[in-house]
Each structure stands twice: as C-alpha cells, then as structure tokens.
Design a protein. Sequence first.
Length: 272
Amino acid sequence: MRTRLTVAATIVTTLAICAPRAMAQTWGFPGLSNDAFAAIAAGGPAPQRDLTGEWDPGGAGIAGGDNYFTGRNTPPLTPLGQQMVSRNRPGHGPYSAKVYDGNDPLTTQGDPSGFPRIVNYEFRPIRIVQTPKAVLIMYSFNQTWRIIWTDGRKLPEDPDPRWFGYSVGRWEDNTTFVVDTVGMTDRTWIDSGGYPHSDAMRVQERYHRTGMNVLELTVTIDDPKVYTRPFQSRDRLPLKRLPDGTDFLEQVYAASEVREFKTDVADQTRTP
C-alpha cells in the first residue's frame, strides 16, 4: 500500500504535467511542490476582469515572508503595539516562546485564522468565484471563505468586529482587482509571529493578473494605533492557476485536535 506522502507526490506530479489543462479526477490536493510551481508558465495574456479559478500560492504562501520570523520588514511598533505584542507568545520569530507557553489563538485554541493572517501565513490553495455582485474566495486552509462585495456598497463606518472583516472590491483596470477591508477583531494576529493589530486596521489587497496562469498578490497593512507606518506583508506574491475542478485537501484546526496536541505534545516538552 502506498503511503499518504507517495499519493500526495503523485497528485502533485500529475498537476504539474496537466496544469492548467483539464485532468483526471483527483481528491485531496495538498499544494504544488516547488518544482511543479516553478514549471507553470504565464500561459498567454490575462483575460480581462477575471480571477475565476483555482490558484496555488506555493511554498512562499505557506511560509510567509521573512518578516514573520525576524521582524526585519515590519515597521516599529507604537507604545500600544509594544503592549499588545508583549502579551503574545508565538512559535516563531523574535517574540517566540517555548511550545508549552505558546498562546497562538489559532494553534492553542482553534480560533479562526482571521484576516489578514489567512493570506500571510499558511496561505494555501484557494478557489475564486465571481458573481455579478461579489467575489468569493474559498481557502483550503481552515476550510473558510470570504465575501468581497462589488455592488458599489461602501465600507461600514463603525463596524462590529469580525474574524475576517468587511470587504469591498473594485477593478482598477482590466487586470487589477483592488480589495479594501476593515472591521477585523483584534483577537487575531496578522501572522504566526505574534504581530498584533487593533480594530483600526485597514488592509488593501491588490490582485494583478499578469498572465493566463499567474496572479500576483500585494497586501498592505495600515494600523496607526499599532504600527508607525503602513507596510506590505505581501509584495507581488505569485499564485499559479490549477486545473479546473481541483479538489483541495481538508486542513482544519479542530478544537478537539488542538486540545490533544497540548496534552500529548506541548505539555510533554516541559522540563521536569
């Protein structure tokens, strides 16, 4: 019997050969390997005002930028930001803690990733669907989704906090879709490194389709309560188009499994 790893490798190889053409039915696609990701070319001119399809951010999407581990690209924190980050004990970066002391709301409580963390770390294959009044983004990680309204509505002025905020989008030109988001709960982090945000944060995403098979994402975070200036957490991150109908691997942080990890792994790392 083949192992799960072998099966996953077979799926990735098949996708690399077939993408973005139609392919035989597969289940539980885990994401492209680095070689398979690099092998997908631009594939001709981009269609106008169309993001529809399945897209893979590759290894760079999963790992996030180096600013999530070193803080090199993250602007200085305000006094409030310093207070907030001092309470966070992540598994990575300059504020990291021992695994048994970690308090990442995602990995220790099973809270939703929230936005913009969903695109800053563990950013895995997504499915984009366009309707006359909205763009829907469905994320394989945590099996979650967002609605980006395109019907001309304005962002709320005093929104009730949400895990993924309130988003509106517009086409800047025929290949660039701009999304503005507000109203994120400050219970979430912006990454896995413990970097915080306030309820005043505004996030802008720019999805620029450079070819039939390539979509670039730039994410700008502006939170004057926590950071001294706006900064980019993603800078033209390329996503590659997958074959239509690709079935994604289910990747869910179930609360029961989080509790099991704490008992069976994290607590066992304490020194007697």
